[in-house]
Write a protein that binds this ligand. Structure first.
Ligand code: PMP
Length: 394
């Protein structure tokens, strides 16, 4: 059942920043919070907590079609990405990633390889945000003497929703002896993912993107992967030593319940969300002259649309429709004055990047939200346009 994301009047179109907590997750978390046990304790209360964690691990493993023992719980995708990159780089060799990754990959990759010349390749994308495979082959070849430790390419982009066809990337990387990591944060729980078919070695996810709580996520580490043991946090040896610290039982339980609900409703939610997104785009194209949709001609996540309103600053458009929750660029970097690195990498001008709003829909979005959203967006665009033309003067 859908839950009101926030306040009755808000049209919440910011699922890529965070999705509303699924009722199943809330209920499971309340149950877990009522239990006092530490999952590492041997007594009854501790056992009960660890049984709940085991269940959540199985729920997530079922969503991903992997083994429960291949999951390391973390504080989110940021930590999972950092852990994957640092551990892989510890074996030596270079890192290869793309220009459109989330900062949790890009910044980590830059920091980890800092001071070592030629240890990082950042692959470009085309105008639709798709990675150029020829450039990957070239990078793998250029790095031959040093070897490539890890190729990290996201499965779905957080700003545009553009999907990556990972199979050829995995094939090229594995042939070159590199491990493959994917940041699947925006993909998990929204489209089917089968880790028996998709042969990545490492995968990151975050619960709050698919209806779990914030501050909890996981790293999938395929059994048998030869990854140097290189945890970010040392301490009590939880998560087979890969992530020390008392387990966030309630958060993990919420993640598990959200994974189960996502798996159960995924197909119908994906179809419904894609239709609502398509309706939104159709109405915007018809009613907002000159608006442009980024990545529209390639496969995308069902619920995301990145819309450029040329010449209109995105922050002014957002300010003119306070009842709509959406993002200019990515929410994670909002507050920073720099334009979206994703849109720049797709060849957009700085002005166009600054005039782009991301609307992201999800499991609880309704057709009424889209109707109200379209009205508000159309009015906001007209308002900002009239302000700018008044400013320009006669
Ligand atoms: N990767 C991607 C693609 C994301 O969209 C996000 C969240 N915006 C993250 C990583 C980081 O997730 P978290 O902040 O939950 O750690």
């Amino acid at each position: 059942m859908a839950q009101e994301p926030s306040g009755g009047d808000t049209v919440y179109l910011d699922y890529n920043a965070t999705a509303p907590l699924r009722p199943e997750a809330l209920e499971a978390m309340v149950g877990a919070l009522r239990n006092v046990g530490n999952a590492s304790s041997m007594h009854h209360a501790g056992r009960e907590a660890s049984i709940r964690v085991d269940r959540a691990r199985r729920q997530l493993a079922s969503l991903l079609n992997c083994s429960a023992s291949e999951i390391i719980f973390t504080s989110g995708a940021t930590e999972a990405n950092n852990l994957a990159l640092r551990a892989a780089y510890a074996q030596g060799g270079a890192l290869v990633t793309t220009a459109v990754e989330h900062p949790a990959v890009l910044e980590a990759a830059r920091a980890i390889t800092q001071g070592t010349p030629d240890a990082l390749a950042i692959l470009p994308v085309d105008a639709e945000g798709v990675v150029d495979l020829a450039k990957l082959d070239k990078a793998l070849e250029d790095f031959l003497p040093r070897g490539v430790a890890l190729v990290s390419v996201m499965l779905a982009n957080n700003e545009t929703g553009v999907l990556t066809d990972l199979q050829p990337i995995i094939k090229a990387a594995h042939t070159a002896g590199a491990l493959v990591h994917t940041d699947a944060t925006q993909y998990v729980g929204r489209l089917p993912l089968d880790l028996q078919q998709l042969d990545v070695d490492l995968l990151s996810l975050s619960a709050h993107k698919f209806g779990g709580p914030q501050g909890v996520g996981a790293l999938f580490l395929r059994r048998g992967t030869s990854l140097p043991y290189h945890p970010l946090l040392l301490g009590g040896g939880q998560e087979r030593g890969w992530r020390a610290g008392t387990l966030n039982v309630a958060g993990i339980v919420g993640l598990g319940a959200a994974a189960e609900a996502s798996q159960l409703y995924m197909r119908e939610e994906a179809i419904r969300t894609a239709k609502l997104r398509d309706d939104l785009e159709t109405h915007l194209r018809a009613r907002v002259p000159k608006c442009r949709i980024n990545g529209a001609s390639v496969p995308r996540l069902p619920g995301v649309t990145s819309v450029t309103f040329p010449e209109l600053p995105a922050d002014a458009v957002l300010a003119a429709m306070p009842q709509v929750a959406a993002s200019d660029g990515s929410a994670c970097s909002s507050g920073a004055p720099s334009p979206s690195h994703v849109l720049l990498a797709m060849g957009r001008s700085r002005d166009n990047a600054d005039s782009t709003v991301r609307f992201s829909l999800g499991y609880a979005t309704t057709s009424r939200d889209i109707e109200r959203g379209v009205e508000a967006i159309t009015a906001a665009v007209a308002h900002v346009r009239s302000l700018l033309s008044a400013d320009a003067g006669p």
